[in-house]
Ligand binder design. Structure first.
Ligand code: AHR
Length: 878
């Protein structure tokens, strides 16, 4: 890798305080790789956002903002899917596919995991107590004996039904088999509900069956009685009920008014009014929240559930189509059974209904590596390829094809808008993935050249063996500071641009933000600013997870919350909606100028060392630069604790019992600090400290760091060495802050590394064994982000500004090169009083966009952006 600059090239500059814009001119000739629109804020004498209309940049694809649906948190069953009955087919206690029951555990097959090659022997606690969850006999349950049986099934794919042996019942005192729905059956006054259920008798039951809607306080809100049909086989019953009341905690009841034997199966209650009036449809309020996001695409079915906790447990799309009665469902690895009610057909139909393209995620013969991780052989992969090809054929194949004919038979002869296929989910990073990806890519592109194929590689994966790569899919679940710190660099730094593009298929701030507060929303907005600015590389994005039923939160932070009678968007939902609804067609360059004064040489200062539960040896420390050039003597370093011993050109620390700091009160400016360093011994279990680390922070148990640019023992930069990473951090009052992407490399014990830290004015570059591993250019540490673009159809300039600071951002907006600006336009603001503010069911719109007309837009105008806000300006060009 080419070095940023050599020590011999160091320019002569004054040290000390200096206006930063002067410095920028000094360093302008250096070979820093910056993309055209890099948005790192610029230190200036005045706040300004300069937007250059004369240099339109990359297209922002209409595909940019989509959604990702996965069955998690009861997002489908008990969520988007309109079914009101829980465990409608009495299959909820079925074991996860591929597992067996032993001693209270569902045990996965003992097979090697595709990443580790070790058998994980994955097992789940499996209780066999309540065999018919969701169901109970109201009042006197002693008069009916219930059992779950598998004889004479309604259909082979759904083996279980509920047997009821009713010993005593009458019209005045019937037996009521009740279903509690998903934490309550949600009913609305005046709305019609369609019930469908199946009963079997052996002739011993001579009564009627009555379907009832019953409120939480026991009132009957609707009922319909039906005589039992003749014969000993299964019979289907259908009836409609109109609710006379509104209740989120109602129950649905099948009431039996005589003694005898009755078997019950597939009991369904679906509101007559579904989204776009589809049968087997979707909850109108939830579907509308999604439609309002104007998603360009919908990804389905996952997520980890694509992979399954065993290979057998994966979502098999063919089992998700056809009459819902025959869909077997499957244990959903997020902790409950998926009925497959919102299946492949419904996903495609919903995509069409809201003008989105479909994205299908295919299993490639690998199960989830953090669960069992078992896999098929490469010879068996053909079966999985065929499964994917058949899925495409179902969606877009001619009606004369096998699967196209099934689509037509299901009432949709026209093709569905399936546009993308993703090959596997989160299984890249190993050769076994690349091999399978190549096979899938070849087969899909040969048969369906128009389908866009997505791999799930990350930004830094080894792609050497990948043959045709169109689009990768990195995922980010992070803390807010991770996004704030990287918004200006993460995609900008992908230079030179590779041939492939990126789909950021899953991202969210879900740490340190409660259940999803304004800090999460604003840091995501900052991330989106960075992604949209890099729209030549980032073509598609989708937040995850999308929906939670708040009674069953499997994942800490989710975008949309619902319960049986309410649904709402978190502040992050409004960020998503605002970005998607204000997507420009083309980017415009922005320079974000911050009024501030900073040191001309921010990396100049004292040096030191930290050893945290490790023994460390440093030797041959040498400085090449203007002042203090030459070998650095270790004898005058100050330390308060630890066992630091200077001997000749070597300095050692041998106490592994804590965190020990030593510092030299001597300032070093521009130049190169070179040394050799070795970690000799680590305390505790060294293996336990290996691995990644949320956001690349070097905060592991055992590490050592070289400090430089220090003003005191709490404020400095540090190059931190953990077993797997080398990280450049800034310590601010003792707290580490991320400044640059960590170098992912193994730092072995008992091995000397030669390290060189070279600083020149606002830039620092780190070399290990003469290889450049980190480059960083100083940037003001302020949470302001801005982006601009053109909506060509409306002839409007769209400006998005994130102010995640506690103070208003007062700035001038300069529209450079504008030929005529209509003073009247629109300002939409999403703001909160505190970063910790959240929307709640009680105050669902507490943080929601407020739109206002603005009368004073011009080529150059002043604006004040509220604290903790995302603001969208829509400025009309004349
Ligand atoms: O969105 C939740 C999960 O996060 C997805 O299922 C998986 O792809 C990721 O690990």
């Amino acid at each position: 890798m080419k070095a940023l600059f050599n020590a011999t090239q160091i320019l002569k500059t004054k040290t000390g305080e200096m206006k930063f814009n002067t410095i920028i001119q000094i360093v302008v000739g250096l070979s820093i790789a910056a993309p055209a629109f890099s948005q790192v804020p610029v230190v200036s004498t005045k706040n300004a956002i300069d937007i250059d209309l004369s240099k339109p940049g990359a297209k922002v694809q209409s595909s940019m903002y989509g959604i990702f649906f996965e069955e998690i948190n009861h997002s489908g069953d008990g969520g988007l899917y309109a079914e009101l009955i829980q465990n409608r087919g009495f299959e909820d206690k079925n074991l996860p596919g591929g597992t067996r029951l032993d001693s209270g555990f569902a045990i996965a097959p003992s097979k090697p995991n595709y990443r580790s090659n070790q058998n994980r022997n994955f097992r789940l606690p499996w209780n066999m107590q309540n065999m018919w969850p969701g169901w109970s006999v109201r009042k006197d349950s002693t008069r009916a004996e219930l059992s779950l049986i598998s004889e004479q099934p309604l259909n082979p794919a759904t083996p279980h039904s509920l047997q009821m042996k009713i010993t005593s019942a009458s019209k005045a005192d019937p037996i009521e088999l009740a279903n509690e729905g998903f934490w309550g059956v949600g009913l609305k006054q005046g709305e019609k509900y369609n019930a469908r259920f199946h009963l079997r008798t052996n002739g011993s039951y001579k009564g009627m069956v009555t379907a009832k809607l019953i409120s939480a306080d026991g009132k009957t809100l609707g009922q319909s009685s039906l005589p039992l049909k003749a014969g000993s086989g299964w019979n289907e019953y259908k009836t409609s009920l109109i609710s006379t009341g509104t209740d989120g905690k109602a129950v649905f009841v099948l009431s039996f008014d005589a003694p005898g034997m009755v078997w019950v199966d597939y009991v369904s209650l679906i509101p007559d009014k579904t989204f776009k009036n589809r049968s087997n449809g979707l909850r109108t309020d939830v579907a509308q929240l999604l439609a309002d996001m104007k998603p360009a695409f919908i990804r389905w079915p996952g997520g980890c559930i694509v992979e399954g906790l065993t290979l057998e447990n994966r979502v098999k799309w063919k089992e998700t189509i056809g009459d819902p009665v025959i869909r077997p469902g499957e244990y959903d690895l997020w902790g409950y059974r998926n009925t497959y009610g919102f299946g492949y057909h419904e996903f495609l139909q919903f995509s069409e209904d809201i003008g989105s393209d479909g994205m299908f995620v295919a299993n490639i013969g690998l199960s989830c590596s953090v669960r069992n991780g078992d896999y098929c052989t490469v010879e068996e992969v053909g079966e999985f390829v065929q499964e994917a090809l058949d899925a495409i054929e179902y969606a877009i194949g001619d009606v004369n094809t096998k699967w196209g004919a099934k689509r037509a038979a299901a009432g949709h002869p026209k093709p569905f808008p399936l546009k993308y296929v993703e090959v596997g989910n989160e299984d890249a990073g190993v050769e076994i993935y690349n091999e399978r990806y190549n096979i899938f890519h070849k087969a899909i592109s040969a048969k369906y050249p128009k389908i866009e194929i997505i791999s799930n590689h990350g930004l830094n994966d080894n792609l050497a063996s990948v043959q045709d790569l169109d689009m990768i899919d990195p995922h980010y679940y992070v803390a807010p500071d991770w996004f704030y710190a990287r918004a200006n660099t993460i995609f900008d730094n992908i230079q030179p641009r590779p041939k492939h593009t990126a789909y950021v298929g899953e991202y969210a701030v879900n740490r340190n933000v409660g259940t999803g507060n304004m800090n999460a929303a604003l840091s995501e907005a900052a991330f989106l600013v960075g992604a949209e600015r890099n729209s030549d590389f980032v073509k598609l994005m989708s937040y995850a997870p999308l929906i939670e039923n708040s009674n069953k939160r499997d994942w800490q932070v989710n975008l949309i919350w619902l319960k049986s009678d309410q649904s709402m968007g978190r502040s992050s939902y409004y960020v998503q909606k605002l970005f998607a609804n204000n997507r420009p067609d083309i980017n415009l360059p922005v320079i974000l100028k911050e009024k501030m004064t900073v040191s001309a040489t921010p990396f100049a200062g004292n040096i030191g060392l930290t050893a945290n539960r490790v023994q460390v040896e440093v030797k041959d420390l040498n400085f090449t630069g203007q002042e203090n050039a030459g070998p650095v003597d270790f004898n005058s370093w100050k330390s308060e604790d630890g066992k630091w011993v200077a001997s000749g050109n070597m300095y050692t620390q041998t106490d592994t019992g804590g965190r020990h700091i030593t510092m030299l009160q001597k300032s070093f400016g521009n130049g190169s600090l070179a040394f050799n360093v070795k970690r000799a011994k680590r305390a505790g279990n060294p293996q336990g400290n290996r691995g990644g680390g949320g956001g690349g922070r070097g905060g592991f148990g055992n590490n050592f760091a070289f400090m430089f640019g220090g003003t005191d023992d709490k404020n400095y930069y540090q190059l931190s060495f953990t077993p797997r990473t080398v990280t450049l951090e800034k310590m601010v009052n003792g707290t580490p802050q991320y400044v640059a992407e960590p170098a992912r490399l193994d730092v072995e014990d008992d091995r000397y590394y030669s390290v060189r830290i070279t600083t020149l004015n606002d830039q620092v570059e780190v070399f290990m064994d003469d290889k450049s591993v980190i480059k960083y250019k100083f940037a003001p540490d302020i949470k302001h982000y801005a982006i601009a673009g053109l909506d060509q159809a409306k002839n409007e300039i769209i400006v998005k500004v994130v102010n995640a600071e506690a103070t208003p951002l007062k700035t001038t907006i300069n529209l450079e090169g504008a030929t005529g600006i209509n003073p009247i336009g629109q300002v939409v603001t999403l703001s909160a009083d505190a970063l910790t503010d959240e929307n709640t069911f009680e105050q669902p719109l507490k943080i929601s966009p407020k739109a206002a007309t603005y009368q004073q837009f011009s080529n150059s105008f002043d604006m004040e952006f509220k604290p903790y806000s995302l603001t969208i300006l829509r400025i009309k060009k004349k």
